[in-house]
Design a protein around this ligand. Sequence first.
Ligand SMILES: [Zn+2]
Length: 648
Amino acid sequence: MITKETIQEIFDTARVEEVVGDFVNLKKRGVNYIGLCPFHNEKTPSFTVSPAKGIYKCFGCGKGGNSVNFVMEHEHYSYPEALKFLADKYNIEIEEEEQSPEQLEQLNEQESLYHVSAFAQKYFSELLFENEEGRAIGLSYLKERDFNEETIKTFQLGYCLDTWEDFTAHALKNAYNLEFLEKSGLTIVKEDKKYDRFRGRVMFPIHNLTGKVIGFGGRILSSDKSKAKYVNSPESEIYNKSRSLYGIYFARNEIVKKDSCFLVEGYTDVISLYQAGIRNVVASSGTSLTAEQVKLIKRYTPNITILYDGDEAGLKASFRGIDMILEQGMNVKIVLFPEGEDPDSYVRNHRTAEAEEFIDKQARDFISFKTDLLSKDAVGDPIKKANVVKEIVRTIANIPDGIYRNFYVKECSNILDVPEQTLMNELNKILRENFRKKFRQEESPEVAETTDYSSEEQIAVDPSDTSFQEKEVIRLLLNYGAEEVIFEKKNDKGRMEEVPVKVAEFIVHDLLQDEIEFQNPIYQQIFNEFVAFYEKGEIPEQKNFISYEDEKVAEVAVNLISEPYELSSNWEKHKIYVKTEKDILKNAISSCVLSFKARKVDNLILETQQKIRETRDEEELKELLQSQVNLKKVSIEINRQLSRIITK
Ligand SMILES: [Zn+2]
């Protein structure tokens, strides 16, 4: 658990424009910054960052929040992960509360799995360097591959002893739970036997974006053919294979810097290239490349280069997978290695500069490359050639951007020696088909979603629903709480006097007086916070809510803070013309509070009517009828006041 003090320090230090600026190209626009939203596709920027408020907000897709929310949303981090990420960025030391064995037990499954994985990694690394078997088998293998000690330590490589349950026994002795040992896949439990999954293997920990170990790959060194060369951890709460990339934690900064990502096959390719100083490199671990993995890379760069070490036949088999990368709007290049070489051996046998030059020179645009390769096979065979044309056009159709598509049509028309128009016609046919397929999917009822977005501004139809009024009250509190408005009051001498009142004071006082409560618990929580400050004679600042402990409160606050403009537009809508900002505000708060109360009273009236229908008690009926009369009087009075504001 990160201490409260540390969390506060992170919130105080992390400037939203800096945090967002690391991922989004921001331009200054007045007091705010503006850029293209990273959460939805757009051509004109509707993504705004307000340094003063400490928040970002997209007016296109509605996403908004503080700097921690941004990191969570953008990097798919959990709350603690996002805090750690920011602490790291700003060199803030994280104070964590010590955990007792009881607390350890309370940690949820994810945390437990992280714990046991980190524990295993440390133990395996220890064995690699300090255990006789570890040194003789594990370490000597890694040295043979020319991995130096620094590299081995960076990637936290290790060794698992070739015994049935050395690791499992060691973990149990250290109070780790068998349940999580099994869930992490480190231990296999069969009937009443338990044993180590990775026995006798060199261990390659797989890290998530924040550098935590989420799983392992284990390579066997004996030549026993009955055993798989590599074994991987099974999927768990923390290890989703299709979303993980081996090496991403070490590569991400470099990928951004180079604006390019190399994709290789194996763990050792990643490590060798890294050691050689080529660090923008990742591998898909334990699966063939997935769309999610491509999206992960796309967060950092749109340029991907596949370093391929197989033969042409193997490459052809993976064409479909590469089409999927194009579908994500990425630019794909491909590098073929000379026979018998792979990225790992190449950097070991060449100097880094040579390897870099080789990659640079060999890198070919994937579509041209594919066209070339396929058309070679089709020389002199018109039917084959027609199929190649179809295949290539289908690949081009995967590219989301029309300009790129047209570019490739030109290029391939040259390579294939087929008129551009022929390719274009075929392309349009496929695009239409794809569109129709997609359209049909969207038509189906289970896919069609109604967003509550457009309906948000409509006043609730259900008469007992006060959510619209509650929201307006909270919106005014959050946005204008500290502003002053002038009310006229009679003084002791019966003369009218102008009294300045803060918006928050007015609203809090007024609602407290009538003991008005909110139906929405989050609004109530925000209101309570205002009450607590009000009682100290203060008004809470916006940043209090934006970095509020309870994330739900923070989210609601951010949304309300970023839409303060309805104030005036609402008034215009009702054809009410007012002179100054302060007049608008004064009218807004008065009418807002009154509308809220009016709704509340209407509710009470409805409730009373219900009770009147149900009661069998003469005495109670009398009371109910009396209170109904009173409520109606109140209702009339409120509505009279309301109409006075509006027609003034
Ligand atoms: Zn957006």
